[in-house]
Design a protein around this ligand. Structure first.
Ligand code: PHE
Length: 449
């Protein structure tokens, strides 16, 4: 087999990993889950989860990927633990499951680029969202997004992925900061900041069971964990890179973009609806689109131009995430069966288009796919990975984590113990709460002893 490509530069890897992490999860999903799951309480639990569970877990995926130097499925075989291939396989399935509806939202974004150019949504942003988010038009734009994703993956890792993400991260930060500053100047935004940023710990304690699965699931989703994506990306990494340094940077940047998106969407919702609206379009999956659309409408012609740029950058963010989902299965079939990249990429994209059409037809399906991903697939997949890294691969994982850090023994050992203990426990509890939200336990009194 030919020598595998590696990232041209360390920056190339970081940008690609950030490109995978920063996506619709941060910009579209984080603000609306915040709005529907208790505001600052959700934000607080999310931040804790990203740091305490997300960071150690992402390092675990990096370790597996770099050590194995191959795609997420075969990685476990290469590490001499073939039974754990189930982790890679589940990750691959979870990623495909998610991509099916991720692409629908990506389609909305394309639609909003066009809508900004013509000012189509200016008159009635909420009605516009309700019209374009479901049905035949949504299916058509979902097809367009899937086709774009497949085209990039078909061209291969260096050309497609690395280039696309270089500009995206800085641009998205600049535009979000600008919009957040604009929102700040509006009358009525003040109330939003306390809703968004000052956690009420009594409320958190009383509602922990319902907040945790969403907030931890959101951390996994937005860090691209449990889908084989980070394993696959790290497999292209050289040994001189410090995984803890890269991982921390990725987690911080990713979290920062989510928080920033919230600083745009939440104040805009408060200004327009006097609080979080109780409608699916305003307070649910439409939150980003409806709130930003009305702000742009207020800006008139400048808003049209800004809208094209804003949704354009969001599209790049969405694409760089979507390609990392499709890349997992593609690199597996290419590495292992010598399949042709374009055939695999377009073949899977076609199948996922069909499945995702359900979500494009009605957002109730989208919610159902999303719930299952959050509550069961993601935590299960992350849990198995954490058990593997902590309790099966243990010492070798420590060895791999140390490489490129110039020492780092103490840190690596502390990391291993975090994985073995509280990370594992946290993910387990998340999975338990997620599953029991779908299958509530029967309410039967136990016998008195
Ligand atoms: N993390 C991406 C986002 O926030 C979604 C994603 C998950 C991408 C897993 C790749 C792999 O949008």
């Amino acid at each position: 087999m030919a020598e595998r490509e590696t990232w041209a530069t360390r920056l190339g890897f970081i940008l690609a990993a950030v490109g995978s992490a920063v996506g619709l999860g941060n910009i579209w999903q984080f603000p609306f889950k915040t709005a529907t799951t208790g505001g600052s309480a959700f934000v607080f639990v999310y931040l804790v989860a990203a740091l305490v569970i997300g960071l150690p877990a992402i390092l675990g995926e990096f370790v597996v990927g770099r050590r194995a130097n191959i795609n997420a499925i075969e990685a476990f075989d290469r590490l001499k633990h073939p039974a754990w291939t189930v982790v890679g396989a589940l990750g691959l399935l979870t990623g495909l499951w998610i991509l099916s509806y991720y692409s629908v939202v990506g389609g909305w974004v394309i639609r909003y680029i066009a809508g900004s150019a013509t000012g189509a949504y200016f008159a009635a942003p909420a009605d516009y969202f309700a019209r374009v988010s479901m049905g035949w038009e949504a299916i058509a734009f979902h097809a367009a997004f899937m086709a774009l994703t497949a085209s990039i993956v078909a061209f291969g890792i260096e050309d497609g992925i690395e280039k696309a993400t270089k500009l995206m991260v800085p641009s998205i930060v600049v535009i979000l900061v600008g919009l957040a500053a604009y929102a700040f100047t509006l009358d009525g935004a003040a109330a939003a900041y306390s809703y968004y940023l000052s956690p009420d710990f009594d409320y958190i304690a009383a509602n922990l069971e319902s907040i945790v699965p969403f907030a931890v699931g959101q951390a996994f989703f937005s860090l691209s964990l449990g889908m084989g994506a980070m394993i696959t990306y790290a497999s292209y990494l050289g040994e001189v890179d410090s995984l803890p340094a890269d991982g921390s940077l990725i987690v911080v940047l990713n979290t920062f973009v989510g928080l920033l998106a919230g600083l745009v969407v939440i104040p805009l919702l408060f200004v327009q609806f006097d609080g979080i609206p109780d409608t699916a379009a305003g307070g649910g999956p439409g939150a980003l689109f409806v709130s930003v659309a009305s702000a742009l409408a207020d800006l008139g012609a400048a808003g049209q131009a800004l809208g094209v740029v804003f949704f354009g950058v969001v599209l790049i963010a969405a694409l760089s995430s979507a390609i990392s989902l499709l890349e997992v299965v593609t690199s597996y079939l290419v590495d292992n069966y010598g399949a042709s990249r374009p055939t695999v990429a377009f073949g899977f994209a076609g199948g996922l288009f069909a499945v995702g059409s359900l979500s494009a037809w009605n957002t109730a399906w989208l919610g159902w796919f999303d719930d299952l991903a959050y509550s069961v697939l993601l935590p299960l997949s992350v849990l198995l990975g954490v058990v593997f890294v902590g309790w099966v691969y243990g010492p070798e994982a420590v060895d791999e984590l140390k490489k490129g850090t110039g020492g780092g023994e103490t840190f690596a050992t502390a990391w291993l113990w975090s994985i073995r203990t509280f990370v594992l426990l946290g993910v387990f509890v998340t999975l338990y709460l997620g599953v029991s939200s779908i299958f509530p336990a029967p309410d039967i009194p136990l016998p008195a002893i």
